[in-house]
Design a protein around this ligand. Structure first.
Ligand code: FAD
Length: 461
């Protein structure tokens, strides 16, 4: 089989690359061993956000009296939750399949291995083998769960981010090992579903990629919701004792023992670099991922690598943007990846999002900066929603350019894009201050935070 571009892996990196390559006139073949949409659609972003919506509704129901609505009784129907999740995933995966057809991308289902610089050998899922030859190859094999190196972490019954999605019962108690985005999202979901949740975070703050000012507030808020968080702890061993799991961990104050019905291992992910013969073809990589240049090309001319497998910002939208960048470079459009302005979101209660520089980073880099914060408590729409916890924090440099935007509050994951646009377009304070924001909207909180940089915010005392 001959192709212009062979894409190895059909996740958000691979399928975007395939479509963009096809749009630009390439004959594209995509090799996928499981499901189109990869981790994101099948076992990551989408199923977790479906469950997040369940949790959101439950959190509203818990406070429903506040809205003047009284509901006597409700119960959680786990099979129905699972059915809804599966239907949404299926709808999206089927959609990708149709997009492949519409763009004339040939999809081959099987496990692909690099045979040489221009050939992928595929062990077909239906049996047999084929060689696919192509001028260019894009490696988009993604990442997998990294199991922590502590005794007992290999116990079969422990949950990973993939296994936990198919829960058939809500665990009475759940210990989450890992205070990163995936761990904290599951902690908030299962807290809302009624589990007693304990988080063990190695770093001193949860969600360490986000603005510390906000994550500290989030930790307080999660504790109020009943989630126990131990920070700065080092897991030591996991044992099964009397039908329960017990995690032993070291803290500054000594050893702690956390007992629960289920344990979720969520201490990180590692790139899928094994079993694809990178060594054989001479591609540079290490355990953090495949090495690429700004065009996302590896050291081997014509072979590109994108998404989680390069180990940088393991996010679906980054993988997708990588896909577009690699395909454009292959098709002669000069395209570079900018890793500086990447919105990052955590779907917690309240949501947290972040783009650009954090205050600590600005300090470390010796940047002269100013900050301003606007609390959602002063925003009419947030109050009407009954979700006024949190704030918008903005950072500008001495040229008045916006360099960082950090949001904790309702729809923070949607609101962050005005900040991303401001930073990527090097907008100044006045560019935003002179842009009318509709009323009553959550976006007004962003406008007010910006005005605060000039000490001209209207609803700030
Ligand atoms: P993947 O999506 O992992 O796709 C790789 C594909 O390659 C897979 O389909 C795999 O089957 C296939 N493959 C691997 N090896 C081979 C081979 N040898 N032959 C053929 N096929 C192969 N990101 C966000 O931006 N927002 C979120 O809300 C979010 N939530 C997440 C929640 C969870 C629980 C998890 C685990 C991840 C989440 N992520 C989220 C991260 C996101 O899913 C990944 O960053 C994204 O899927 C990476 O895309 P990718 O294309 O690089 O790899």
């Amino acid at each position: 089989m001959e192709s212009g571009i062979i894409v190895l892996g059909g996740g958000p990196g691979g399928y975007y690359a395939a479509i963009r390559g096809a749009q630009l006139g390439a004959k594209v073949t995509l090799v996928e061993k499981e499901e189109l949409g990869g981790t994101c659609l099948n076992w990551g972003c989408i199923p977790t956000k479906v469950l997040y919506r369940n949790a959101e509704i439950l959190n509203t129901l818990k406070n429903i009296d506040e809205y003047g609505i009284h509901i006597e009784n409700y119960h959680i129907d786990v099979p129905k939750i699972q059915e809804r999740k599966q239907n949404i995933v299926k709808q999206l995966v089927d959609g990708i399949s149709k997009l492949m057809e519409a763009n004339k991308v040939e999809v081959v289902y099987g496990v692909g291995v690099l045979k040489n610089k221009n050939t992928i050998l595929v062990n077909l899922n239906d049996g047999g083998q084929i060689d696919i030859k192509g001028k260019n190859i894009i490696i988009a094999t993604g990442s997998k769960v990294s199991i922590p190196a502590i005794p007992g972490a290999d116990l079969d019954e422990l949950l990973t981010s993939k296994k936990i999605l198919d829960f058939t019962e809500i665990p009475k108690s759940l210990t989450v090992i890992g205070g990163g985005v995936i761990g904290i999202e599951f902690a908030t979901i299962f807290n809302a579903l009624g589990s007693e949740v304990t988080v063990l975070s190695r770093s001193p703050n949860i969600l360490k990629r986000m603005e510390a000012d906000l994550t500290k507030r989030l930790a307080t808020s999660l504790k109020k919701k009943g989630i126990t968080i131990h920070r700065g702890v080092q897991g030591k061993k996991i044992k099964k004792e009397n039908n329960k799991f017990v995690v032993y961990a070291d803290t500054k104050k000594g050893e702690i023992r956390v007992e629960s019905e289920q344990v979720l291992l969520s201490s990180g992910r590692k790139p899928n670099i094994e079993g694809i013969n990178l060594e054989g073809v001479g591609i540079n990589f290490d355990k953090k991922g495949i090495k690429v240049n700004e065009q996302l090309e590896t050291n081997i001319n014509g072979i590109y690598a994108i998404g989680d497998v390069i180990g940088k910002n393991m996010l679906a939208h980054v993988a997708s943007h990588h896909g577009i960048t690699a395909a454009e470079n292959i098709m002669g459009i000069e395209s570079k990846m900018n890793h500086e302005v990447i919105p990052d979101c955590a779907f917690t209660f309240p949501e947290i999002s972040s783009v650009g520089i954090k205050e600590e980073e600005a300090k470390d880099k010796g940047i002269k900066y100013k900050t301003s914060k606007f609390l959602f408590g002063g925003n009419g729409k947030a109050l009407a929603l009954g979700e006024s916890e949190g704030m918008v924090k903005v950072i500008a440099n001495e040229k008045d350019e916006i360099i960082g935007v950090h949001i904790m509050g309702p729809h923070a994951s949607d609101l962050i894009h005005e900040g991303a646009l401001a930073i990527s377009s090097k907008m100044k304070i006045d560019d935003i201050a002179h842009t009318i924001h509709a009323h009553p909207t959550l976006s007004e909180a962003f406008a007010e935070a910006i005005l605060g940089l000039k000490e001209e915010a209207i609803h700030m005392i």
